[in-house]
Design a protein around this ligand. Structure first.
Ligand SMILES: [Cu+2]
Length: 132
């Protein structure tokens, strides 16, 4: 009898913890968002013209950031190594946002086909923007 009671208790606990996990998932669900990988020094200034500048700023100590196309919000990236190969690129992110802290945790980065469409005429992927 006692072992049956214990199993019942375990089942209840398991059910409760899976509810808790489900609730946590609901509050921070990964979403897909398009935008540019920029740097904390230049923020929304680049939007496709400044790959060389993004690399330069990050080399000088700025942090990689993400600027979304829809709202031009500048997001801090909580795992910057995820975008290491994409400085200055137009990308689609799968990411979990913390909208209060304006930070993103990047799960997946996909390059978009229209690199530089908003800026350079497509001639030079390094872009023409310099610090002045
Ligand atoms: Cu820059």
């Amino acid at each position: 009898m006692q072992s049956i009671k214990r199993m019942g208790a375990l089942a209840v606990m398991a059910a409760m913890s899976s509810v808790a996990v489900f609730a946590a998932d609901m509050s921070s669900k990964p979403m897909k968002v398009d935008g540019w990988v920029s740097d904390s020094m230049c923020g929304a200034k680049h939007m496709g013209t400044g790959a060389a500048c993004v690399k330069k700023c990050i080399g000088e100590g700025a942090k990689p950031v993400f600027v979304d196309d829809a709202n031009k919000t500048v997001w801090t990236i909580d795992n910057p190594e995820a975008v290491k190969a994409h400085y200055g690129h137009h990308v689609a992110l799968t990411a979990t946002e913390d909208s209060a802290a304006k930070t993103l945790h990047v799960d997946k980065v996909t390059m978009l086909a229209d690199q530089g469409a908003k800026g350079a005429s497509g001639a030079d992927s390094m872009g023409g923007m310099e610090h002045k």
